[in-house]
Design a binder for this molecule. Structure first.
Ligand SMILES: Cc1ncc(COP(=O)(O)O)c(C=O)c1O
Ligand SMILES: Nc1c(O)cccc1C(=O)C[C@H](N)C(=O)O
Length: 401
């Protein structure tokens, strides 16, 4: 049996034994190998019907009554509670709405205020030096607005750097480019021991691996819902404020939706208690309810099983790449160690942009990240092992030219 046949055989066996394999039916997919769910998750099959109902009946016929009768007004916290178990949070701490960027702003400014800020000698915000750009841009602006300075650092250096001047640390749980999983428990504990607050961006981990927000004492967190949570293009993000901070959380965007009595229409602001304090203005109902429906694909699914399959998929991909791609043509920048790997594999490659274009033409969809990275995301809810083998085989054909 050739090496390729042996890998195909292994893939077939792994697919057969896959306890999550049947979940693929819950999505709209085709023969394309879709390895870009870490940028835009696939469409859950029940979403179009739900969106049609929201538009046709709730908006079309019930109109304004839907704010109460269809549960529109309470959707941000209701859907937050639906996301909570996926990131290890008890109910009442997550609110859905706005973009990740806006929630990074709320979380970082909120964290500096909770720390006491420059008046208490806490005038530094640590930021992950390889952060997704929007987090860095927003943190820089938040630092200027709060009288802090921004200190970019490798996440691994944060525990040693956190000290009496640390107001907050903003860290990506999984690096968007390399797929490296950072040490959330260790960094959170070190920042908190130093008296600062740990703010995590979960965009590339929520829905792919256990996060354990409550168990690890995270202070604040944000994340998007259009990747592994499959909420759809531009679906609203979320904000986690640990219960112990909610009473003192002072949002820098105190819109009327976070007022204790929003329909009192008062001139003075009085914040509501709980997760709702993270709300700003009118929620984006169509996207939000599409997300709520998308989250039903998680019914009966454990995040631990998802993590186990994710590691098996990425391990198998690396093995297939080693077999199918001639040595030296690609190099993985994703950690080999499981404890340091998210749910993607990033391969450095010459002319990576052209290689990715050709892969897409041949039915294998990943993405290119400048300057030289081929990125492949593995969503355990719908990616199978035979697809992984095919992706690596096609990659080998493309890079051989
Ligand atoms: C780590 C991370 N943070 C933030 C964002 C984006 O933020 P927004 O949802 O505001 O576009 C992304 C992806 O787009 C991301 O990967
Ligand atoms: N949010 C995106 C968008 O609006 C357009 C294209 C891509 C995205 C992404 O999510 C990119 C993604 N966060 C990344 O890790 O590169």
């Amino acid at each position: 049996m050739s090496e390729t046949e042996a890998l195909r055989d292994r893939a077939a066996g792994l697919d057969k034994a896959d306890e999550l394999g049947a979940l693929r039916e819950r999505f709209v997919l085709d023969e394309v190998v879709y390895l870009d769910g870490n940028s835009l998750g696939a469409l859950p099959a029940s979403v179009p019907g739900r969106v049609a109902d929201v538009v046709g009946r709730e908006w079309g016929r019930l109109r304004i009554r839907s704010w109460t009768e269809s549960g529109w007004w309470t959707a941000p916290e209701r859907i937050g509670d639906r996301i909570a178990p996926l990131v290890g949070a008890a109910a009442g701490q997550i609110v859905v709405g706005d973009s990740t960027s806006v929630n990074v702003f709320k979380a970082v400014v909120g964290a500096v205020r909770l720390s006491g800020g420059p008046q208490a000698g806490r005038d530094e915000i640590l930021v992950d030096a390889s952060t997704f750009p929007t987090d860095g841009y927003i943190a820089e602006s938040a630092a200027r607005m709060t009288g802090c300075t921004l200190r970019p650092l490798a996440p691994a250096d944060m525990p040693g750097a956190a000290g009496p001047r640390t107001a907050a640390a903003l860290v990506n749980h999984v690096d968007y480019r390399t797929g490296r999983l950072h040490d959330l428990p260790g960094i959170t504990a070190a920042v908190r021991d130093a008296g600062g607050l740990a703010v995590w961006d979960l965009c590339h981990s929520a829905g792919a691996l256990p996060v354990g927000l409550d168990a690890h004492g995270v202070d604040l967190a944000v994340g998007c819902t259009y990747k592994y949570l499959n909420g759809g293009p531009g679906s609203p993000a979320y904000l986690y404020v640990a219960e112990r901070h909610q009473g003192a959380f002072d949002s820098p965007l105190p819109g009327w939706n976070s007022h204790a009595e929003p329909f009192g229409m008062r001139a003075g602001y009085a914040p509501v208690d709980g997760a709702r304090r993270g709300r700003v203005g009118t929620p984006d109902i169509l996207s939000m309810l599409a997300l709520e429906e998308a989250l039903t694909v998680w019914d009966g699914v454990s995040v631990e099983a998802v993590r186990a399959k994710s590691l098996a998929l990425t391990d198998f991909f690396l093995e297939c790449v080693a077999a199918h791609v001639p040595a030296g043509l690609v190099a993985s920048v994703t950690p080999a160690v499981h404890a340091e790997r998210g749910s993607q594999v990033a391969l450095r490659c010459d002319r990576a942009d052209e290689v990715m274009d050709e892969l897409i033409t041949r039915g294998v969809v990943g993405d290119f990240r400048a300057p030289d990275v081929l990125r492949f995301g593995f969503t355990p809810l719908y990616v199978g092992f035979a697809e992984v083998e095919r992706a690596a085989r096609v990659l080998g054909e493309v890079v051989r030219g």
